[in-house]
Ligand binder design. Structure first.
Ligand SMILES: C[S@@+](CC[C@H](N)C(=O)[O-])C[C@H]1O[C@@H](n2cnc3c(N)ncnc32)[C@H](O)[C@@H]1O
Length: 262
């Protein structure tokens, strides 16, 4: 029954017509007045559809990000994230302050980039980078509407975020490193963008059952172990300064870890 209730297609059809598939009719069969019952069924279905959208909204963001999320669902998602993300921990680890220049790689809808903008203020700058063109377009509109003049949205390529050279104090990669097909090239490009002493924070997932699995298998499940990241970082000339595991909670309360490097 639960599986059926969470099938949005079935529910949409049900809500639209009040005439679901025969299983649903069997579920709802009763001896009450037919027309009254049809209205009741339709209202019930619309309610279930609404509840299903609310329940599944956060799951829409469990990578890769769809570009067609409505403003309403985005607001629901970001309010929920505000409750569980360790934003203050990220700001502290990256040492962000007024005047800082920071990049958010694989920014998605710009959850972190938008929040960083108010920390770094008018004397600082945020580079919000993404490789998905429809997302970049949406984010550009979001930034423009919010009149956030200290945010530049960049359309990057999978290996190159096209950041300005020698100019950044901090870079965040949240829930994106596992997607990078050529991490050495990406890290090489990130290194070029840093000022001396700049900090790179990588936040990602590793389900316990994937702990000892090969990297490709972890990546297929949008996961990566912190050991692989630390190895990439060291081989790319970074120094790992901290690992915190767990660091925060991701979608569905799955723990996320942090790797901080310089
Ligand atoms: C799960 S989302 C996370 C978005 C954002 N960091 C957040 O926490 O809200 C992963 C994002 O990384 C982007 N992405 C995937 N591969 C990338 C790459 N090589 N370079 C930059 N972004 C990438 C995807 O398009 C997607 O928007």
């Amino acid at each position: 029954m639960i599986g059926f209730l969470l099938d949005t297609n079935v529910l949409s059809e049900f809500a639209r017509t009040g005439e679901p598939d025969p299983n649903v009719n069997r579920w709802l069969k009763a001896t009450a007045d037919e027309s009254l019952f049809a209205t009741a069924r339709k209202v019930t279905a619309q309610f279930l559809l609404l509840m299903t959208s609310l329940i599944t909204a956060p799951a829409l963001f469990a990578q890769p990000m769809p570009a067609d999320v409505s403003i309403e669902n985005l607001a629901i998602d970001e309010q929920e994230r505000d409750q569980r993300e360790n934003l203050s921990g990220i700001i502290q680890a990256l040492q962000l302050k007024p005047g800082s220049r920071v990049a958010d790689i694989g920014t998605g809808y710009g959850y972190f980039a938008i929040r960083f903008a108010s920390i770094v203020g008018p004397t600082g700058h945020v580079f919000a980078e993404e490789i998905d063109k429809p997302l970049v377009d949406k984010l550009r509109r979001r930034v423009k509407t919010a009149k956030q003049t200290n945010v530049t949205v960049i359309l990057g390529t999978p290996d190159n975020p096209k950041l300005p050279p020698n100019s950044l104090d901090a870079i965040l990669m949240a829930d994106v490193y596992h997607e990078i097909a050529n991490p050495r090239e990406m890290l090489r490009n990130l290194r070029k963008a840093f000022k001396p002493g700049g900090r790179l924070l990588i936040e990602d997932y590793l389900k316990p059952e994937l702990k000892d699995k090969p990297r490709q298998q972890q990546a297929k499940d949008h996961n990566i172990s912190p050991e692989f990241i630390e190895q990439d970082l060291k081989e790319s000339g970074f120094t790992v300064i901290e690992r915190r595991d767990p660091f925060t909670k991701g979608y569905d309360n799955i723990p996320m870890y942090l790797v901080l490097a310089q």
